[in-house]
Design a protein around this ligand. Structure first.
Ligand code: NAD
Ligand code: GLY
Length: 359
């Protein structure tokens, strides 16, 4: 087992990464989930697979489960209200702990409920998708979607621990694994050229679920995210790099009703558009854009967004949380391994880039 730390002073917390943690790491889990009253939030798919093991790791505790419907379309305020109702109905107090067992959808909702309940109770992330293990479980962003846009409602609320059992990925569908790889590639693009090069060498092993390659990818992604979050918890600066490709991705997801594109897939396609926008602004060489496209394609990520109208994408991008004074700020690359956030780009470059990729 590897243990990393997100350094946030008195709110620092560990990220535990290892195989078979749910089955064999029960003392670790019991030590990290300290409360007597525990609310496990999961969904129909993941609860059936892993809730019994989590419950078995918490003997002597009062463990109540909320099992939500599966899918991004269910990442709503109504479902957060359901979680809160169960906390109230069981008279859980401020010393309770909410445990998110699942992917990013469950993690974001459980974390938001924990942030709101009695103005904040403890929560622990037990991520079971690659995307959640490398990204969403770390850093304390929680929330839900609104009809007008993705993740528009939420709060920063750091977990008390992240427990990533890499064996849970054994049951993850291949398409979900590939979606998680998009976020892994993101770290190489925004801040670590040598990790990007490692990914170029190991992408086939990752797709084949080679255990040591996956363990390295998860560990390095978590290290990089933990460092960025420690330096800029509330996204006043460099944390925005983690949104590379996301302004375009959120537009893709919103335009298609959160049904046809997985979040990670939309991020993959959005990163290609963002890389091309970086080129259109004179920041990134065309050969670098081609290199990025090659890796995304080798990761078998869908990159064709022509079914979405460019004008619709632009309108949806205006709802992005990075908009300031009505201007969309974009995360762009200055090279593979280095990013910047800027509102200073030619509108014509954005228009031409959208027209080149979208319909
Ligand atoms: P998800 O939570 O919908 O999970 C993907 C699918 O895999 C679901 O059908 C789920 O039931 C299933 N699943 C989960 N674990 C499984 C397992 N071990 N075996 C079999 N099936 C399993 O999607 P996701 O990709 O994990 O997360 C995407 C969400 O995360 C989006 O809503 C996105 O906005 C959010 N996100 C949040 C942050 C953050 O910092 N909070 C960062 C990135 C993404
Ligand atoms: N996934 C973006 C962030 O955590 O900041």
């Amino acid at each position: 087992m590897d243990t990393l730390s997100v350094e946030l002073g008195s709110r620092s917390y560990p990220i535990l990464i290892g195989a078979h943690l749910l089955a064999r790491g029960r003392s670790e889990i019991a030590a990290r989930i300290k409360a007597r009253d525990v609310l496990v939030v999961s969904n129909t798919t993941v609860a059936a697979l892993y809730a019994p093991a989590l419950r078995a790791a918490l003997p002597g505790r009062r463990v109540v489960e909320v099992v939500l419907p599966d899918g991004e379309t269910h990442k709503t305020l109504d479902n957060v209200a359901r979680i809160l109702d169960v906390l109230v109905a069981n008279r859980y107090g401020r010393d309770a702990c909410v445990v998110a067992l699942g992917g990013g959808v469950v993690g974001d909702m459980a974390g938001f409920a924990a942030a709101c309940y009695q103005r904040g109770v403890a929560f622990v992330q037990v991520p079971t998708t690659l995307l959640a293990q490398v990204d969403s479980s770390v850093g304390g962003k929680t929330g839900v979607n609104h009809a007008a846009g993705k993740n528009l409602i939420g709060a920063f609320h750091q977990p008390a621990a992240v427990i990533a059992d890499t064996s849970t990925l054994d049951t993850l569908p291949d398409r979900e694994l590939r979606a998680g790889l998009a976020e892994v590639i993101k770290y190489g693009l925004i801040c670590d050229l040598s990790f990007f090069e490692w990914l170029e060498q190991h992408i086939d092993a990752l797709l084949a679920r080679d255990a040591s390659a996956l363990a390295h990818a998860i560990r390095r992604s978590c290290e990089l995210k933990a460092q960025i979050v420690a330096r800029d918890e509330h996204e006043h600066g460099e944390r925005a790099w983690l949104n590379f490709g996301h302004t375009f991705a959120h537009a893709i997801e919103s335009a298609t009703g959160y049904t046809s594109w997985l979040h990670g897939e939309a991020v993959g396609a959005g990163m290609l558009v963002a890389a091309d926008m970086s080129r259109a602004c004179g920041k990134l060489a065309a050969t670098e854009v081609e290199r990025i496209e090659r890796l995304l394609a080798r990761a078998k990520l869908p990159l064709d967004v022509r079914a979405i109208r460019a004008a619709d994408a632009l309108a949806l991008m205006a709802m992005d949380k990075k908009v300031q004074a009505g201007r969309i700020r974009l995360v762009l690359l200055t090279q593979i391994g280095a990013a910047c956030v800027t509102a200073d780009y030619p509108d014509e470059a954005l228009r031409a880039t959208l027209a080149a990729h979208f319909g």
